[in-house]
Design a protein around this ligand. Structure first.
Ligand code: FES
Length: 254
């Protein structure tokens, strides 16, 4: 983990309330792994109290830039949305434990729901497996990055209102994929009920499964104690420092 001051290449509206920030970052381009996150200062340079953990959406290693996609949800992210190309942004990065990448040729299911779709793009890019990305959104308007995933994987989309792809939940796409050939490993990021459902499916079919618990993070640096999650052994762990990625069987899903 380092403290970096990086130049914003652009910071654009992607969909209602959702922004795409591209940042020049040779350090992250060299060191970051899929599933890791950055802790951004929302007020430009060094104000320490206004930081937000944002997952790394994608990294272009040769071009040395990093993409961050975030939803404006409060004061911090509203400040982020006002930052402009050319400004420097202070960050602690890269943070957390990322995904264990699949072996070449493995059949890989990449499951993202809502905001949990964004960090999975970097995984799709770096995975050398045979990738299927199952992406779930509330509706068509919030369905971002679908074409980007299509560069690195087969893509299936589900929306809750049926306005794009299949009507329903992303877990239905996962089950259909399992019936139609199966997977060697599942990776998932999204809301807790979705992750629990994905874990149960993985258990039922005996498939390895890693989940990113980033929804449970607040401060991102071990300061707020708001990210505790319980392991299957009954121990408490911090999502920000021990995760955000865990093997799903190591966690308690009660
Ligand atoms: Fe604050 Fe982990 S998010 S301690």
């Amino acid at each position: 983990m380092r403290e970096l001051s990086e130049r914003i290449i652009h910071n654009q509206l992607l969909a209602e309330g959702i922004y795409h920030m591209r940042v020049e970052s040779p350090t992250c381009a060299e060191e970051a792994k899929p599933g890791q996150f950055v802790h951004l200062s929302c007020s430009g340079t060094t104000t320490p109290l206004l930081r937000r953990p944002i997952s790394i959406c994608d990294i272009n290693r040769p071009m040395e830039y990093m993409d961050l996609v975030y939803q404006v949800k409060g004061e911090g992210t509203a400040l982020l949305a006002r930052m402009e190309a050319g400004e420097k942004i202070n960050m602690l990065a890269p943070l957390g434990h990322g995904f264990d990448l699949p072996k070449a040729g493995e059949r890989v299911a990449i499951i993202g729901g809502g905001l949990g779709v964004y960090p999975m793009l970097f995984l799709a890019r770096e995975s050398k497996g045979i990738n299927t990305s199952c992406l779930g959104f509330r509706n068509k308007e919030l369905a971002v990055l679908v074409a980007d995933f299509a560069r690195f994987s087969r893509v299936e989309v589900a929306t809750e209102d049926g306005s794009l792809g299949q009507r329903g939940y992303v877990t239905q796409l996962l089950e259909e994929g399992i019936q139609n050939g199966g997977f060697d490993v599942i990776y998932a990021c999204g809301p807790l009920p979705m992750l629990k459902a994905v874990h149960e499916i993985a258990l039922q079919y005996g498939i390895r499964c890693q989940v990113s618990m980033e929804e449970r993070m607040a401060c991102g640096i071990g300061a707020c104690l708001g990210c505790a999650c319980e392991t299957a052994e009954g121990e408490m762990q911090h999502v920000c420092s021990c995760g955000p990625v865990f093997n799903s069987r190591e966690l308690s899903w009660k």
